[in-house]
Design a binder for this molecule. Structure first.
Ligand code: FAD
Length: 451
């Protein structure tokens, strides 16, 4: 009898459009489905992302007829151990290009010895490192990357599903652990079926309005797919394929957002150190505030007590739901770096803890974009005015009133400027925006032309 293959699931928690499954069944139909609960990845994750992951594992297990083998500990020890126990011919993965994933996979491949670790596909439409300039170097500017990404194109979805393999029964495995229960009911509903349902709903009734609605935090105007994309419950290739005949503004804009996701994965792959350091090292010289006052401002930002309504609404939504609208993410990130003069990585760490879609490449590089230190970054001198941003993108004030109960009695856009001062229970602004804007610009000038 042919030896079974193992699919080691990581960020590909689905069975449809799964190229790894095709390569795993090339030699034999018997496949063992494995997931490793790796503390190195679970530790930095807050409860909401962890609950969502556990929900995705429960869903995958159901789709596999209860045949998902979950083990807990160090993949370097456990993957070879499981491979030996089931006498596996090979371990199949979809490649991980993040800094930790790259190191881990190299170490596991070595520890597996004669059993090959076979990588097929990645969580991206175009695998990081594939889209390069004609001279082979990496793109540093998004618009050029996107053109080359479009020209490169992507594969059609892989024809796979639950019946593609004969799933090996893992019940006798000595290291098997039950899938941990989610603490709270995860949101959005986890798993592949939920991802496909959300996508179909958005494709039928959302995509055509996406270009106009996507900047309005009070609307349900975006796809809400980021947590599913993060854990691979759906692959961007599926989305791009389903949109292949659409050239309306909504589809063009949505395709471009998927390109941003690939771009940042590529940037992190090319420069893994930029998960922690400035992409543009000129910014190493900028001064940030520190000490007890800075810590108090950071706490006010984290808890949504800054006295700037749109900032507070976003930060409270993050704590309550693990979600924040993209426009509001930009506003609160600009506020932290340019009004409070705190380093982007403090904000990025807080986001990574609380976001359900928390993803190292997208998070760190969007933060760097806002802070000015990233690839083709927003010019540092572009300092968002939180009040004007609120008035422009939440013109009825609905989003703010939803998240800041102290402001519910204030009608319309006045909720952003509070012309009569803050009502009882709501804080005074913690800083004077006009003043802090000048401070930020002065610090920028100093790194551009050191004195
Ligand atoms: P849609 O508007 O429906 O977009 C579709 C998909 O395109 C998203 O699901 C996402 O995969 C991708 N996308 C959209 N915008 C971006 C972008 N600016 N950069 C990269 N990919 C994008 N996104 C994450 O997935 N994880 C993060 O940790 C994350 N952190 C962020 C931090 C900051 C400071 C900022 C400004 C943005 C961050 N984003 C992050 C990007 C963006 O805010 C989210 O992808 C988006 O809000 C998710 O909602 P959606 O799925 O409805 O997006």
């Amino acid at each position: 009898m042919a030896r079974p293959s193992i699919i080691w699931f990581r960020r590909d928690l689905r069975l449809n459009d799964l190229p790894t499954l095709l390569s795993a069944t090339e030699a034999a139909d018997d496949v063992l489905a494995l997931f490793v609960l790796d503390d190195a990845l679970l530790r930095p994750s807050g409860a909401r992302r962890r609950d969502f992951l556990m929900g995705c594992l429960q869903a995958l297990d159901r789709d596999l007829g209860g045949r998902l083998l979950v083990v807990q500990g160090d993949p370097m020890v456990l993957v070879p151990q499981v491979a030996a126990e089931f006498d596996a011919a090979a371990v199949h993965i979809s490649s991980d290009h993040g800094p930790y994933g790259t190191r881990r996979d190299r170490a596991v491949a070595e520890a597996l010895g004669d059993v090959p670790l076979v990588a097929t596909g990645s969580p991206y439409a175009v695998t990081p490192g594939r889209v390069t300039k004609p001279d082979g170097t990496a793109y540093k500017v998004f618009s050029a990357f996107r053109r080359a990404w479009n020209d490169h194109g992507w594969h059609t979805p892989a024809a796979t599903g639950p019946d593609t393999a004969d799933w090996v029964d893992p019940s006798g495995c000595s290291t098997r652990v039950p899938i941990p229960e989610a603490g709270d009911e995860p949101t959005p509903p986890p798993g592949e079926a939920a991802a496909l349902e959300r996508w179909r709903e958005f494709l039928d009734d959302g995509l055509e309005r996406y270009a106009t609605d996507r900047d309005r935090p009070a609307y349900d105007g975006t796809s809400g797919l980021s947590p599913y994309l993060k854990f691979g419950c759906i692959h961007p290739r599926t989305l791009l394929h389903d949109m292949r005949n659409r050239s309306d503004e909504g589809a063009v804009t949505f395709r471009s957002e998927l390109a941003w996701r690939d771009f940042y994965a590529d940037v992190l792959f090319q420069r893994p150190e930029t998960a922690r350091t400035n992409y543009n090292s000129d910014f190493d010289a900028i001064t940030y505030d520190s000490g007890p006052d800075a810590d108090a401002l950071f706490a006010a930002w984290c808890e949504g007590r800054t006295g700037f309504p749109i900032v507070d609404a976003g930060m409270r939504q993050l704590l309550a739901e693990g979600v924040m609208h993209n426009r509001v993410r930009m506003i609160v990130a600009s506020f932290l770096t340019k009004d409070l003069h705190l380093p982007w990585w403090r904000g990025a760490r807080h986001f990574m803890k609380h976001l359900v879609d928390g993803d190292l490449a997208s998070n760190q590089h969007n933060w760097q974009w806002t802070a000015g230190s990233g690839t083709d970054a927003a010019p540092y001198f572009r300092v968002f005015n939180p009040t004007r941003q609120g008035e422009k993108f939440d013109p009825t004030g609905e989003y703010v009133r939803r998240w800041v109960p102290e402001l519910r009695s204030i009608d319309g856009a006045r909720v952003h400027s509070l012309p009569d001062g803050p009502p009882d229970g709501y804080p005074e602004p913690v800083v004077d925006h006009a003043h802090e804007r000048r401070v930020a610009l002065d610090r920028y000038e100093r790194i551009r032309s050191p004195r």
